[in-house]
Design a binder for this molecule. Structure first.
Ligand code: SAM
Length: 211
């Protein structure tokens, strides 16, 4: 589901970008560590490409493929990331079908990033299934999500458009990651009265069990 105008303005505002750069990214780095040299990364729901730039600059990803359902957002991201030619591929597409979106093969990415997009996807379990499919063994999923508790607040209901059914709590999101065979870092947890979830999960190497 696409963002409405209010959310588009808020998500691309200087305070939200500062939060992403100075709080979310460092927190994800502490949880998941740095990326391997030459890392190939996928970003779901890249929006205007600010998070993509942080993945390139702060995580030092070698290459980022990024997908967003909204052509207007992808156009903004293309403009923002024009200086990273050769390191970025931007596509319009759906996070629940990454083969159709960007021909994503099984086990093809060292890391997948989700900066607050999966709560926009009605079939969020299908998106997590795609994350698990495309991660290489040892690959990591870095996530920053908005939970059902936040979406139920008056502010979220009045200001923004989100799927009204099939929302997830932090616990349900983490349980589904395990169900998809990913190993969730035990430090992954919700913040601000359960409204926001920050964490990392890893696709185990064969022979290792997800827990
Ligand atoms: C809250 S915004 C986050 C954007 C960006 N990740 C950021 O943090 O600035 C959610 C984004 O997810 C995109 N989106 C919604 N549903 C999607 C889907 N099924 N597949 C891919 N992107 C989707 C929207 O178009 C929007 O750009």
């Amino acid at each position: 589901m696409l963002m409405n105008r209010v959310e588009t303005a808020l998500i691309n505002s200087p305070p939200r970008r500062a939060l992403q750069r100075y709080y979310e990214v460092p927190a994800l780095q502490r949880l998941g560590g740095s990326l391997p040299h030459d890392a190939r990364v996928l970003e779901l729901g890249c929006g205007a490409g600010y998070g993509t730039e942080l993945i390139l600059a702060q995580f030092a990803a070698a290459r980022v493929d990024a997908v967003d359902l909204d052509p207007a957002m992808v156009a903004r991201a293309r403009r923002r990331l024009a200086g990273y030619q050769g390191r970025v591929r931007l596509m319009v597409g759906d996070a629940t079908d990454l083969r159709a979106a960007l021909d994503a093969e099984d086990a093809s990415y060292d890391a997948v990033f989700d900066f607050a997009i999966i709560h926009h996807v009605p079939d969020w379990r299908a998106a997590l299934s795609e994350v698990a499919r495309v991660l290489k063994p040892g690959g990591r999923f870095y996530f920053d999500e908005v939970t059902a508790a936040a979406l139920a607040t008056r502010a979220y209901r009045w200001l923004f458009d989100h799927p009204t059914e099939e929302r997830f709590s932090g616990e349900e999101f983490l349980t589904e990651l395990q169900h998809q065979g990913l190993r969730v870092d035990p430090r992954s947890r919700t913040h601000l009265r359960g409204h926001y979830l920050l964490g990392v999960a890893e696709r185990p190497h064969s022979g290792q069990e997800a827990r």
